[in-house]
Design a protein around this ligand. Structure first.
Ligand code: OGA
Ligand code: NI
Length: 359
């Protein structure tokens, strides 16, 4: 085993082959007892997170949703979306058992043998809605991220039944179903803040016409200080509903500063963030904020985000309601498919994609 590992590590093409093409992922390197970070994972200095860029005297809001009907809850959600782009929700109604189950499912999927996971790589997956991979876009990235993932786009129950891996299909569908209410309540609150009174069929399609659930796996990393799990990016969703475990490592950029703030694991909480699509629809009222995940030197971390977005065929732009009082639109009307294409064709590089949508 050790001899085999040193043979792989001696040649960077072999590392890429082993991790990306053979479907072992970074978990595979970890399982072989890697002691030192391979060079394609060493981030340039400016991408590493250091104590000088992190502040600890501030934090993203934690919103208690025990009583969804209290207008204060909606108000706090809208304020957090404007001032932070990120918040945590507690007492949201999704039982802790459901949250625990989906984290366990994530661990179970990644412990499958590489041959099994490999069935779902870009080359092998029979459905473009099912993708197992590593880093973000390994072919396009200068430096790789210390993360493996499984990404499932929900088109319909029947499609999922046919193509999603049996090892996690039922659990993922159940989790999506259980999160539906909280997703709708958050979107309704956010729409209220934009003077959108009701979410009709058309708005629903725009806000959550397409859903993607990801399972992220960040294995224990030999040199966490030199690497990142996921590089600086903003999500392209309308909103993202993320479940993290108790390990931590997600950092969020504080608006209008260069400070980064840790999102501390809060038992039972869901982390909500605004994505580019909603920043565009709200004509910049709500902020899609940069975030990244650092690697951990002692534990394997999992997270499970649900990304809500428009359908690829939707045309998005500032909502009419936001422009009613004479506000000038900052963004053009664009086909959401074009936006996703840009996002998935390159490595993460902060918040640059939204520029494409500006007038
Ligand atoms: C993402 C993301 C954060 C995390 O998947 O887009 O930002 O904590 N994940 O895993
Ligand atoms: Ni993200």
């Amino acid at each position: 085993m050790v001899a085999h590992l040193s043979k792989i590590l001696s040649d960077s093409e072999k590392v890429f082959d082993f991790v990306v093409n053979e479907g072992h992922g970074v978990k595979g390197l970890c399982d072989m007892g890697i002691q030192e970070l391979p060079k394609q994972y060493i981030q340039p200095l400016e991408e590493r997170i250091t104590t000088s860029t992190v502040i600890t005297d501030d934090s993203i809001p934690i919103i208690d949703a025990s009583n969804w009907d209290d207008p204060k809850v909606a108000d706090q959600i809208c304020k957090a979306a404007q001032n932070w782009g990120f918040f945590q929700v507690i007492n949201h109604g999704v039982p802790i058992q459901v949250l625990d189950n989906i984290k366990e499912t994530s661990h179970r999927f990644f412990s499958l043998p590489a041959e099994e996971k490999k069935k779902y790589t870009k080359e092998n997956s029979v459905s473009s809605n099912v993708r197992y991979g590593t880093s973000f876009t390994p072919e396009a990235e200068k430096t790789l991220g210390w993360r493996d993932y499984l990404s499932l786009v929900h088109v319909s129950h029947d499609e999922a039944s046919l193509f999603w891996p049996t090892s996690c299909r039922e659990e993922a569908l159940e989790y999506l179903k259980r999160c539906d209410t909280v997703i709708r309540k958050i979107l309704k609150s956010l729409m209220g803040g934009l003077n959108v009174k009701a979410i009709d069929e058309e708005k629903e399609q725009l806000l959550m016409g397409s859903k993607r659930i990801n399972f992220n796996y960040y294995p224990k990393c030999p040199n966490p200080e030199l690497s990142v799990g996921v590089g600086r990016h903003s999500d392209i969703s309308t909103i993202t509903v993320l479940l993290q475990d108790d390990i931590g490592g997600l950092y969020v950029k504080k608006l209008e500063t260069n400070d980064w703030i840790h999102v501390p694991p809060v038992n039972g909480a869901l982390v909500i963030n605004i994505g580019d699509a909603l920043q565009i629809m709200s004509n910049d009222k709500y902020k899609s904020v940069e975030h990244r995940v650092i690697a951990n030197g002692s534990k394997n971390r999992v997270s499970v985000p649900i990304f809500l977005h428009p359908k690829p065929t939707s045309v998005i732009g500032p909502l009419q309601e936001t422009l009613k009082n004479g506000e000038k639109p900052i963004y053009k009307q664009i086909l959401y498919f074009d936006y996703t294409n840009i996002f998935f064709s390159k490595g993460h590089d902060g918040k640059d994609i939204i520029e494409f949508a500006k007038i």
